[in-house]
Write a protein that binds this ligand. Structure first.
Ligand SMILES: C[S@@+](CC[C@H](N)C(=O)[O-])C[C@H]1O[C@@H](n2cnc3c(N)ncnc32)[C@H](O)[C@@H]1O
Length: 237
């Protein structure tokens, strides 16, 4: 099987750096089976440069007319599947370049039997390239990569390149949620997210998660390591 998350790059486009991991531990046989059998069905159509070299707008008919929500970097997929199960009237889109996470998500989709979600097994910026304006009704960014060194802060999602693209694809007055365990990430979010056109609406610490929240793998890791969550709710202007 070809690698489903190999970074695609059309020769005509400038190189886009992705600094995270796209592969981890060797996949179990069951996970290889998930990727081989289910990913093709769950995968978003028209996002990769191979399929859509001209970067034409995504065909929204593939979502059956349902409103769209987005999760960036779904990790093991627990939050994405939880949201899909809770909101059958919504179609969830999840982006994640880490192939082990994609395999974990597919296992959870099978177990939960949800059908209202699609996967882009790659960088969210590929999706931003092809999403029409104002089509996303809510966005989740749970425990984004912290990039703790100061010289790497510009790799964080909460920088203008990512945030302005997100602002463009979100509908006016919709919600953008960020959960993080890194105080300096909160600082940068306060500075950068409003600059990109979002208003801070609510902020809470440990014990103040959203009513429909489910704790993620990284949140559990943060608790084990003595770090605590910050939950930020922004609204797109
Ligand atoms: C620290 S993990 C958190 C995973 C999960 N949200 C959780 O809370 O357990 C951050 C995730 O974001 C993903 N990620 C990083 N950059 C990304 C990008 N440009 N597009 C999509 N996902 C990205 C990483 O691959 C990683 O799995």
């Amino acid at each position: 099987m070809s690698d489903p998350v190999a970074p695609e790059q059309h020769p005509a486009e400038p190189r886009r750096n992705f600094y995270g991991r796209s592969k981890g531990k060797t996949l179990r046989a069951s996970q290889k089976d998930y990727l081989a059998n289910d990913l093709e069905t769950l995968r978003l159509r028209g996002v990769t440069r191979d399929e859509n070299p001209g970067r034409a707008p995504l065909d929204l008919t593939q979502f059956g007319g349902l409103p769209l929500w987005l999760e960036v970097g779904f990790g093991g997929g627990e939050h994405l599947v939880h949201m899909a199960a809770l909101n059958p009237q919504i179609h969830l889109i999840g982006c994640e370049p880490f192939v082990n996470g994609v395999a974990m998500l597919i296992g959870k989709i099978r177990a939960a039997g949800v059908t209202n979600l699609s996967i882009h097994p790659g960088d969210v910026r590929d999706l931003f390239d092809v999403l029409p304006d104002g089509v996303i009704g809510k966005t989740f960014l749970n425990y984004p990569d912290p990039w703790p060194k100061a010289r790497h802060h510009r790799r964080r999602f909460v920088t203008q390149g990512y945030l302005r693209a997100l602002h463009r694809v979100m509908a006016p007055a919709t919600e953008f949620r960020i959960a993080t365990d890194i105080p300096d990430y909160v600082r940068q979010a306060h500075e950068e997210v409003p600059e990109a056109g979002f208003r801070l609406e609510h902020e809470a610490g440990d014990g103040g998660a959203w009513d429909d929240w489910i704790s993620t793998r990284y949140e559990q890791k943060a608790f084990r390591e003595g770090r605590f969550p910050h939950y930020l709710t922004f609204r797109r202007a």
